[in-house]
Design a protein. Structure first.
Length: 196
């Protein structure tokens, strides 16, 4: 009885690397294809893709080059979007032309396209600028929760004001001081309020 051994690198010719795969791999990576999608395209298992990456420098380079170029193009476009840019364009108008024949005293009309070259301006996109800065300068621009929170309760408690003036807790109600305790704003302050 013949038992076929499992070949993680594909069966027969389908699992073998061919030179024409280089260009296809580059294009697939440029499109943002995942390794699973690339494996499906070449009709191989994902383990074959891993094997090709490890053993075939041509495949690994094509994959890497496509991914890097795609990221570069997107980053460049996003950078332009964040800063604003100009782009040449055309504006097409309908131009009515009338001619007068002196001999026959007839007026003929015709319409022709008038093509005007223009430069379109696209203003900076603040959202794109913010996202760009959040990625490039995370420590300065990252989305973090503000340490000062304004909470308005039934008694109109302004937590920022409460935090600044806890040195004199007598001016606040018990309810306001309890909120200060819950929010951890009373460190170092003498509040004399017990937690329930």
């Amino acid at each position: 009885m013949y038992v076929r051994k499992y070949n993680p690198h594909g069966a027969g010719a389908k699992g073998r690397w061919r030179p024409e795969f280089e260009k296809q791999t580059y294009k697939l990576a440029l499109l943002g294809a995942t390794e699973k999608e690339i494996a499906d395209f070449f009709e191989v298992d994902t383990t074959t893709i891993t094997y090709w990456k490890q053993t075939n420098p041509v495949f690994a380079t094509a994959l890497k080059r496509g991914r890097i170029e795609a990221d570069m193009n997107v980053a460049h476009s996003y950078y332009k979007l964040a800063n604003g840019f100009t782009h040449p364009d055309i504006h097409i108008l309908s131009n009515r032309v009338r001619t007068f024949n002196m001999d026959t005293r007839e007026v003929t009309e015709r319409t022709e396209a008038l093509v005007i070259p223009i430069i379109k301006y696209f203003p900076p996109n603040p959202f794109a600028a913010q996202k760009w800065l959040q990625v490039r300068q995370r420590d300065k621009w990252a989305d973090v929760q503000q340490s000062q929170v304004n909470i308005i309760m039934e008694g109109q408690v302004d937590v920022n004001l409460l935090q600044e003036n806890l040195s004199d807790p007598k001016q606040y109600s018990t309810e306001e001081l309890e909120w200060a305790l819950k929010l951890g704003l009373t460190q170092g302050a003498n509040t004399n309020v017990s937690r329930n």
